[in-house]
Design a protein around this ligand. Structure first.
Ligand code: HEM
Length: 293
């Protein structure tokens, strides 16, 4: 049993919307957050709170920090600090639209809405590149151990720290790659999802193999494909009990350890990077005691 927001541990939905908010200059977020608590069930609506909001409330959440831009070497990635994150999960675009409007109205006194990301399940759980995503995700008790805080006391236990990055795929570049090069970039075969033992060290699954880190770096991925007109990619979402495992993987992906960058960068690029704290639940509502609410 865990008092985590249930949407974090559930399978990804058919459809989703990601709303990201900035804090209005000088705004006090208490009343907006109380209105959001009235809407958020942690399942259809998963909520993450960013550092600017925590700072405005004069509080601190252990482990919450700014998204890293670089690790001293390797590629430099965007860090886009945001104050509030809402993951709307469903199966009907109309329902998601109406919930979007309710959420925006609830928090409008303190927050402005950044561009909305529309996401969806593709081909039974594949990234838009065609590769199955999520195969090596921890399950059951291991998912909770990787993704949910459990040793910090009331108000924090059951919470989670989430890393979010919007990646944009260059489909023309990807389609121009021979299928063997595509498979070697991911480290799995697209046709049957088999892991390739002889893929190069730049392959994505060699870079991120969770058991190859010391300590082991398990994260709970809940990424979803997104699109907007003809653009699309992956909204990468990883829940952790801390950001350490995620950062260990990203550090390898950008080549900070050995100068080898993840082959995924040949066809996809992140355009955002943010960290949020997802509060635990208490009696079916978000538990914001740690923020003094
Ligand atoms: C557009 C960006 C990305 C795409 C398309 C992508 C796609 C994939 C695919 C297809 C797999 C293999 C199947 C699976 O186990 O899920 C995978 C594995 C994995 N990815 Fe990604 N990924 C992306 C970004 C990231 C990032 C930013 C991280 C972490 C910093 C990450 C961490 C992982 C991990 C931990 C695994 C499992 C490795 C293992 O233990 O075998 N991915 N990804």
């Amino acid at each position: 049993m865990t008092n985590a927001q249930p949407g974090i541990l559930a399978p990804t939905p058919k459809l989703a919307r990601y709303l990201t908010f900035s804090l209005k200059a000088g705004a006090q977020p208490q009343s907006a957050l109380s209105q959001l608590v009235a809407l958020a069930d942690g399942d259809v609506l998963v909520v993450g709170i960013g550092q600017p909001t925590v700072v405005a409330l004069n509080r601190r959440i252990d482990g919450l920090r700014n998204f890293p831009t670089n690790f001293g070497a390797g590629l430099v990635l965007p860090s886009t600090s945001a104050a509030l994150w809402c993951w709307l999960r469903g199966a009907d675009r109309g329902d998601l639209l109406h919930l979007t409007r309710k959420v925006i109205n609830a928090v409008a006194s303190a927050f402005t809405t950044d561009p909305i990301i529309d996401a969806f399940e593709h081909a039974g759980g594949r990234d838009l590149s065609g590769y199955v995503d999520g195969t090596e995700n921890p399950q059951g008790a291991k998912a909770i151990a990787a993704g949910i805080i459990g040793d910090q006391g009331d108000g924090l236990d059951g919470g989670s720290l989430v890393a979010v990055q919007q990646w944009v795929h260059d489909f023309a570049r990807f389609e121009a790659m021979p299928s063997e090069e595509q498979d070697n970039s991911v480290g799995r075969r697209k046709s049957d999802n088999k892991e390739l033992t002889d893929s190069p060290p730049s392959s994505h699954v060699k870079r991120t193999a969770q058991e190859s880190f010391s300590p082991e770096a398990f994260i709970l991925r809940r990424s979803m494909p997104w699109s907007d007109g003809t653009r699309g990619g992956l909204n990468f979402v990883a829940f952790g009990k801390s950001f350490d495992a995620f950062e260990a993987q990203l550090k390898r992906m950008v080549g900070a350890e050995d100068g080898i960058t993840d082959a995924l960068f040949k066809f996809t690029t992140p355009i955002s990077g943010s960290y949020f704290w997802c509060p635990p639940m208490i009696s079916g509502k978000l538990d914001l005691r740690t923020l003094g609410l």
